[in-house]
Each structure stands twice: as C-alpha cells, then as structure tokens.
Write a protein that binds this ligand. Structure first.
Ligand code: F6P
Length: 320
C-alpha cells in the first residue's frame, strides 16, 4: 500500500481535525502518502482531493470543525453515486480509505468497500454518540460540555426568576447527549426518545416539587423527544408557572475539542492507519473501557446502540 485517502463525512464534530492530523502523521511515519478528500462524499464523487503533509495539518489539533470540510450527500445513497466514488478512488490510486464520521457515513463506506474491494476503515466522530461498537465517539464529550456550559448559565437565571426552563439539545433521533448533559447539569427531568414520558405526570411532579420547596427546574430534552414548543405550552397551561424554552442548536457542534475528544481522535486516527497496514478490509475503530478496539464496519450502523437506562434512573433519583 502506497497511498491512502481520508475524508470527513456527515455532520462535523469537534476533534475531527485532531483525527485528520493523527492519520496524516501516522501514515507518513509509516511511509504512506495521504490524499485528503474535501467536502465529504460529495467532494469524493466530484474528485476534490489534495495531498496532505505533516505541515498541512499543523495548528489544527485545537480547532473544531474539519479542515477538509464536510457535506450531507444524497448521491452516495445510490449505486450510481457509489460507482462514481469508486472510479475516483481508483483514478487517484487511493488504495485504502479512512472515513471519519457517523453511522450514516459508515453505511456509505461499507457500500464503497463492497463495490471496490478497497479496504475501508471508519473512525467514529459525531456529537450524537449513536454509533454501535464503541463506548464513545470523537466530539461527544465536547458537545456534552458545550451543553453543560449553557445549562449551568441557564440554571442561574432560572433560580433567580423561579422559572422552569426547557433546554433542547441535539442528538438526532437519540438521547445520549441529553442524558449526559442532563445528569451532569442536575436536570429535574430528562426527556429522551428512547424512554416514554407522560406530560401530565411531569406536571404533577413539578407541582409536588414546588410544594416541597423547589423554586425552579431545568428540563433537558433531546431534539428527537418531541416538539419543545408544544411541551413548554403544555407545562405552562397545566402548572401556571413561568416556563421558558432555550434551543441550544449548532453551538453544541463547534468550538475547541475537549482533551477527551482530542485524545480519542489521536488514538482512533493512529489505529485506523495501523489497521490498514495490517491488511484490515472493513473495520471501525472504537473504544471499550480503556482499550482501543475495532469491530466490523457493518456492525456500527446495523446494530442499535442502547441507551444506559441505569444512568437515566440515577438522574431521576438524584433530581429529587
Ligand atoms: O448528527 C449530528 C447532528 O448535529 C444532529 O445532532 C442533528 O440532528 C443534525 O446533525 C443536524 O443536521 P444538519 O447539520 O444537516 O442540519
């Protein structure tokens, strides 16, 4: 193997740049050439590539986003798109591909491998943490901390005005981000798509809490757990307390990666290169406990990662 490619695909995540840097420097250390593919799978289909050197990845370890840029790409979901991508990889003499992204990107990567037989390695990076086969993903810790930063500030004003705040966090269709940010922020309620909730019940508990001396509450809800404006209206009607909504949005996806996200990116990137050199065909790198591991790439998007319901229950008990 002489030349490998690296692409960031799907939503960006803080730490993607640290992963690019790790891949480039580890690959060059082993005598490989690295081509960066720009703008995700869209750029791959259009042949947007550039060589990457150790110097071209200087000063990026601390930057959020991705220097390679990224995009959502519908065309990669069709066999025509896949074939175009395969042709570009072959024309550019790319003999192995590392895809930094989430489960959707890994589905495309698996198709790419099937159509080309080129080795493909996935590096999980998404703020949603919804990838099976790894305890955590690059960017998740940073997003949890970004949400927590906001929740702590909202707590101050909620307390002062004796209000209820609903804080909507990202996470796509899953509740990993809401659960960890909610637990760390001491939220009174956490709403996630994986666990059913009853608004009447929540309102009843809010009233009981006030009777017992609570004067303000934070409800952290995942974007996939319902319509936050509707929920705010319902709570306001049912309880007659003052309720406010804050939608955190894309602020959770940017900013410098935390040490945890950077360290993971360094480890994942380097291991992805090592797997290619060892002759791996179709793997995703991950972490289990303290150990860097790899799983079949298909597992990462075919399996559903389970939410830790014990953590959810703990947050419930501690919110008393
Ligand atoms: O997957 C990351 C994520 O930020 C989700 O949390 C969110 O639902 C989605 O991407 C937003 O997608 P887009 O960047 O296409 O608006």
């Amino acid at each position: 193997m002489q030349r490998i490619g690296v692409v960031t695909a799907g939503g960006d995540a803080p730490g993607m740049n640290a992963a690019i840097r790790s891949i480039v420097r580890m690959a060059i250390f082993h005598g490989l050439e690295v081509m960066g593919i720009e703008r995700g799978y869209m750029g791959l289909i259009e042949g947007q590539t550039r060589p990457l050197s150790p110097r071209s990845v200087s000063g990026i370890i601390n930057l959020g986003g991705t220097i390679l840029k990224t995009a959502r790409c519908e065309e990669m979901k069709s066999s025509r798109g896949i074939q175009k991508a395969v042709d570009i990889l072959k024309t550019h003499r790319i003999e192995g591909l590392i895809v930094i992204g989430g489960d959707g990107s890994f589905r495309g990567a698996s198709e790419l491998h099937r159509a080309s037989e080129l080795p493909v390695i996935g590096v999980p990076a998404t703020i949603d943490n919804d990838v099976a086969g790894t305890d955590t993903t690059i960017g998740f810790d940073t997003a949890v901390n970004a949400a927590l930063f906001a929740i702590d500030r909202i707590r101050d004003t909620a307390t002062s005005h004796e209000r209820i705040f609903v804080v909507e966090v990202m996470g796509s269709k899953r509740g990993f981000l809401a659960l960890e940010a909610g637990l760390a922020g001491g939220a009174e309620f956490i709403l996630v798509p994986e666990i059913e909730y009853n608004l009447q019940d929540i309102c009843k508990k809010l009233k009981q809490g006030r009777e017992k001396g609570k004067t303000s509450e934070i409800i952290v809800m995942a974007e996939g757990a319902g319509n936050s404006s509707f929920i705010v209206d319902q709570i306001r009607k049912e309880t007659e307390y003052e309720v406010r909504l804050t939608v955190l949005g894309y602020i959770q996806r940017g900013g410098p990666p935390t040490a945890r996200s950077r360290i993971l990116a360094n480890q994942f990137g380097a291991y992805a290169v090592e797997l290619l050199l060892k002759g791996a065909e179709k793997r995703m790198v991950g972490i289990k406990g303290q150990k860097i591991i790899s799983v079949d790439l298909d597992y990462s998007w075919k399996q559903r990662r389970e939410l830790d319901t014990r953590l959810y229950r703990l947050a419930e008990i501690l919110s008393a």
